[in-house]
Design a protein around this ligand. Structure first.
Ligand SMILES: [Zn+2]
Ligand SMILES: [Zn+2]
Length: 826
């Protein structure tokens, strides 16, 4: 059986043959000077960290290659480049494990990846290729650092930072997932270290505004918005009663100021030691110790139980002079806002839980509009309303109260309106070897001095022991030759920075380099970048929503402000592929569930493997890898192969048949032909590969029926020719082979995507009903085969339905084909 399947058609010869011909002809080399209908199609470049491309990476590149091929056949001038994110921990850890230098293992891994990309049969323009660990590339990553440094956007400060004990390096906040290292999943701890930061917070508003210009998935934009976390509010100053020290807090709800019953400081707040009373010293100290062990992400978790201790100190509420006890609790972060919060347990659920646990008073100061009381015995009332128990402000709405309370405090010098962000600056220094050295020299007299541009790149030193040190010092410090230099400004003995940059700096600008990857006197070719950028279509993992996809936008905006590029959003359209799991779990070496694409390609061929990956499920959702289905796809291509083999003789003379000249009274075949052309084009375009493939399978059954009935009509022959074109983006080698066998001289990828005849698609129309909560609200005349998605989109856009949905939550949507849709709302 397995033999029968593996010989479903001679894929090995076909695939090798066309890969060779495509390369020889340079079929996929893009003419970058021709920008007519340009389409810069990008996939997130791989880390060549393992020795092979894994299935998740294949899942990014294979289907996107299919999309790019469709667009090419539809007349676009597609640029589809590739490079390697070759610096960084995974590559370095691989090298350590295999006891080779990372430069050597990275080069080897890149060769494997390149071979695999060729095996996919991808339409990569190989003229674009580069690796970020090439000195010719990282020279310009260092240049970028210097440009930011000159603008005050790269700076050093001491801060409690995330430390991964396994990776032995610091991590940016974005690279800590639920308290664990993004790379190795080890629990992250805190260390006080002096580190380099990029001032991304200066771009917080720009990063939010830019969302309006780009076509990204809503959930990705929401993730970025939440990460940036802009909130408008007031800064209100409480004073510690004994010392008079100012304790500013940020709040979006100044209207609840009369309801403050306690204040909470972050355990690391600099005033804690000063204000804590002697009898509370020990328990405060113990709590501070304990808090240091908890990660920032855990501290921000909404579900974690809140803890805290009383300092014994009090502060004064500036609006009414109330004495307010001061606590410390680890859910307050020193790095967010002012490191102090006013607690209003009546109107904030987190404060309510804390107050309930520690038996602190809960005081109502807001009631719902039209009410005189509010029930806060079970939980806080956190909505807007009318102020009560608030002195002169009683009876004011929340919105007015926020404004008026803040204005009164401003008059007293104890408050002002302000904007707060959750976003922190991007920590970019790493204590590891395999990265771009930070191009800074520390001079005892001049301080931090940037290496001059003509001295770039600062090459990584050749050291035999490149493993990280236990003390958290960069291994670059082992090379005295590297470290000891003269100050470029004053000439005295100085020290080179020994840290390397986060690899997310490399990937924050790589897409600018592809147009001219070997340019040596500039980071990127400004003319070609002007012609080809921004990227039109970008596909990659959603896990990069608040890392790479924020960093790249920030760096692009910096380059725009400095006049290096003329656009400030790098990626116009971004889409994410789903995640492939194996046995229900994330694929990883440690779990032993890695799937090697090579063995499947060997057994079934690259085209079959590609189609199977796309057929497994919805591309946006991904799914669990199950190789049992691949036989079905192999059989499908085998059937296409046999059908074409059988009819080759009758198709050859029909290769130039024109649809307009075919007299087709054959409604069924005519409908299926045009329906399939339309559906495959639309579905691949929207990345709905699985339904495009299903349509081709269905159409194949119709063609077999005709074949069995010995159909020799022109329409049948024409349909077979078009079928091969429709299959081409999905099974490129297979389609190219038959295209050539039919007798075409040029590549199928230089042929035009078939157009469909809308006349052939007109189906009878019917009347369907739209209901809300089971009540008919309207009816619509629609095609009798209208899909659920289309019908629901149609009715939701209709005014008669819209007004019943406003302000409601959709609970359920019921669709009865040909009859009705019922939207259940609450
Ligand atoms: Zn780690
Ligand atoms: Zn100096």
């Amino acid at each position: 059986m397995s033999d029968g399947i593996s010989k479903h058609y001679p894929f090995a010869e076909i695939e090798a043959k066309w890969q060779k011909i495509w390369a020889e002809k340079g079929l996929y080399n893009t003419d970058l000077n021709n920008t007519e209908k340009k389409l810069y199609t990008l996939v997130m470049y791989p880390y060549p960290s393992g020795d092979k491309m894994h299935i998740g990476q294949w899942y990014n590149y294979g289907p996107t290659d299919t999309w790019a091929r469709l667009k090419r056949m539809q007349g676009h001038n597609v640029f589809f480049p590739i490079g390697y994110d070759s610096f960084g921990l995974p590559a370095e850890n691989f090298a350590i494990k295999h006891k080779v230098h990372p430069a050597v293992s990275t080069q080897k891994n890149i060769e494997h990846f390149r071979r695999q990309f060729k095996q996919i049969g991808s339409m990569i323009d190989w003229n674009s290729e580069f690796a970020t660990s090439d000195p010719g590339y990282y020279k310009w990553t260092q240049w970028l650092f210097i440009k930011l440094f000159e603008k005050g956007l790269a700076y050093r400060k001491k801060a409690p930072v995330n430390w991964c004990p396994q990776c032995q390096t610091v991590l940016a906040n974005e690279q800590v997932i639920e308290g664990h290292c993004e790379r190795c999943e080890t629990e992250v701890t805190k260390k006080d270290l002096t580190q380099w930061f990029f001032k991304i917070t200066a771009y917080a508003d720009r990063l939010l505004d830019g969302h309006k210009k780009i076509d990204w998935q809503a959930k990705t934009i929401t993730m970025q918005k939440n990460w940036i976390g802009r909130s408008e509010g007031s800064e209100i100053v409480f004073k510690e009663e004994k010392t008079g020290e100012r304790l500013p807090v940020f709040t979006t709800r100044a209207d609840t100021l009369f309801g403050v019953t306690y204040m909470v400081l972050a355990p690391e707040h600099p005033l804690v030691d000063t204000i804590t009373t002697p009898e509370n010293k020990q328990k405060v100290k113990d709590y501070q110790e304990q808090a240091r062990k908890v990660t920032e992400i855990d501290r921000m978790s909404l579900v974690r139980e809140k803890t805290g201790v009383f300092t014994g100190a009090h502060c004064i509420n500036p609006i009414n002079g109330d004495r307010v006890p001061i606590w410390i609790a680890d859910y307050v972060l020193l790095t967010y806002g002012t490191g102090a919060v006013m607690a209003v347990p009546g109107h904030d659920q987190r404060d309510w839980e804390f107050a309930t646990k520690y038996k602190l008073p809960i005081k109502p100061v807001i009631v719902p509009e039209g009410k005189t009381e509010v029930d806060i015995s079970e939980h806080a009332y956190d909505e807007y309303g009318i102020m009560i128990n608030s002195g002169e402000f009683d009876g004011q709405s929340s919105a007015n109260g926020i404004r008026n309370v803040t204005a009164k405090l401003a008059g007293l010098g104890l408050g002002e309106s302000t904007i707060n962000f959750r976003l922190r600056d991007w920590l970019i220094s790493r204590q590891r070897y395999w990265g771009a050295p930070i191009p800074i020299i520390f001079c005892p007299d001049c301080g931090e001095v940037a290496v001059s541009e003509d001295k770039l790149p600062v090459l990584l030193p050749e050291i035999s022991d490149f493993r990280p040190t236990d003390e958290g010092e960069s291994p670059l410090a082992r090379s005295t030759e590297f470290v000891n230099v003269k100050c470029p400004r004053c000439g005295i003995d100085a020290r080179r920075s020994t840290e390397t940059m986060d690899t997310f700096v490399d990937s924050a600008w790589y897409f600018l380099r592809y147009c001219d990857p070997n340019i040596h006197d500039k980071p990127f070719n400004p003319d070609l970048v002007k012609k080809w950028l921004p990227v039109d279509f970008y596909v990659g993992g959603a896990e990069h929503a608040v890392t790479h996809l924020i960093y790249a936008r920030f760096i692009t905006q910096c380059l725009y402000d400095m006049g290096y590029v003329d656009f400030d959003e790098p990626f116009l359209k971004v889409r994410h592929q789903g995640i492939i799991t194996s046995g229900g779990a994330k694929i990883s070496k440690s779990k032993g569930n890695v799937i090697n694409p090579d063995s499947f390609i060997e057994k079934f061929g690259s085209d079959t493997f590609r189609i199977y990956l796309m057929f497994m499920g919805s591309y946006a959702d991904g799914g669990d890898w199950d190789d049992s289905g691949i036989n079905g796809v192999a059989r499908f291509l085998g059937r296409v192969y046999r059908l074409f083999e059988k009819h080759l003789d009758i198709i050859k003379p029909a290769k130039n048949l024109s649809y307009d000249r075919i007299i087709a009274r054959d409604d069924e075949l005519r409908y299926y032909l045009n329906h399939t052309i339309k559906k495959v084009g639309e579905d691949i375009n929207s990345l709905d590969y699985n339904t495009a493939i299903a349509a081709l399978m269905e159409f194949l059954n119709i063609l077999y029926k005709r074949s069995d009935a010995n159909d020799e009509s022109d329409l049948f022959k024409y349909s077979l020719v078009k079928y091969i074109q429709l299959l081409a983006p999905l099974a490129p080698h297979f389609a190219e082979e038959f295209w050539s066998q039919i007798g075409y001289d040029d590549s199928i990828f230089n042929s035009s995507w078939p157009s469909f005849d809308p006349q052939a698609l007109i189906t009878e129309s019917i009347t369907m009903v739209a209901q809300i909560n089971g009540r008919m609200r309207s009816s619509f005349d629609v095609p009798n085969d209208i899909s659920q998605d289309k019908f629901l989109a149609l009715i939701k856009g209709d005014e008669r339905i819209k007004r019943h949905l406003e302000g409601k939550t959709i609970i359920k949507e019921i669709f009865v084909p040909g009859k009705l849709a019922n939207i259940v709302v609450k």
